[in-house]
Design a protein around this ligand. Sequence first.
Ligand code: DP6
Length: 317
Amino acid sequence: MKQRVTARAPINIALCKYWGKRDTKNILPFTDSISLTLQELYTETTVEYTPKSDFSVTMNGKELNKKDRQKIYNFCLLFAHDDTLNIHINTHNSGPTSAGLASSASGFSALAVALNEFYERQYDIDELTTITRKGSGSAVRSLLSGFVKWQRNGLIQKITDAPHDLVVIAVIINDQVKSISSRDAMKIGVETSPFFRTFVERNQEIANEMTQALTPFDFERVGELTEQSTALMHNVMKTSDPVIDYVSAESQAFLSAIKQFNNSKRKLFITMDAGPNIKIFTRKKDLDSVISYINTLGYKEYHILSPGDYARVIDDE
Ligand code: DP6
């Protein structure tokens, strides 16, 4: 066991969505999903040995509540050699937490990579994926760089690197913590949405078609498929009982306005996850004009993100 290990993991944004588990124990998804790993929003997590019998977790400078602390404790047990966890975990997100900006993806991948090193497990990528997805399914896609597919069989595969001119703008509509976790919301969708079967059939086709459209990168087609997958996932939410609604009226208004930007030729495509914030994919040559357009809509808070590196240890003793 090491004394202290720090890992950093980037967020990933799904172009083809993961929504629903066909196996809730082993965290196996109904369909493949595809994301892009992005570097400027990330989680940094330090796992440190403490001599007193103590387990504590601090996130963004605050002690975690009992429920979240228990979830992290159970996750750590998947790496530990016994059940005495004398560790302190200190974790920090560079962007908003639990607001649909993939903080749980970067959070669990950073923690998994840190624990793998701290307990000197040396798990390979398949073993690490199998454990990491128990923390959060989407987290496994941050274990690799570029366009990453999380397959229906639970394992991950890098499809290809992103083109150098691709850039993502995450527009902060609101940074409040979501009212229902993705984990609970997708369970309700699987159990109650009459649209769920259609989602599964079409979303798997989208994953297959998108894999083709990524090499060579076809901006138009990838954009179209991303928006289709996003709409399918949000349709499951809308037809769930109770209805799951992450898209605020403000997000809706922003979406209608930003879509106008693509008048005759597609210059951007849009996606949203389990929160009000909006992710815009565009090319570097169009970045300045998209940003000025966002400014004219009155939005001043956004992050400009570029394709980045995968989760890795950045310090250990
Ligand atoms: C909406 O990975 O947070 O971001 O596996 O239950 O922890 P659990 O869910 P989580 O789901 C996030 C899903 C999404 C879409 C996506 O990233 O594919």
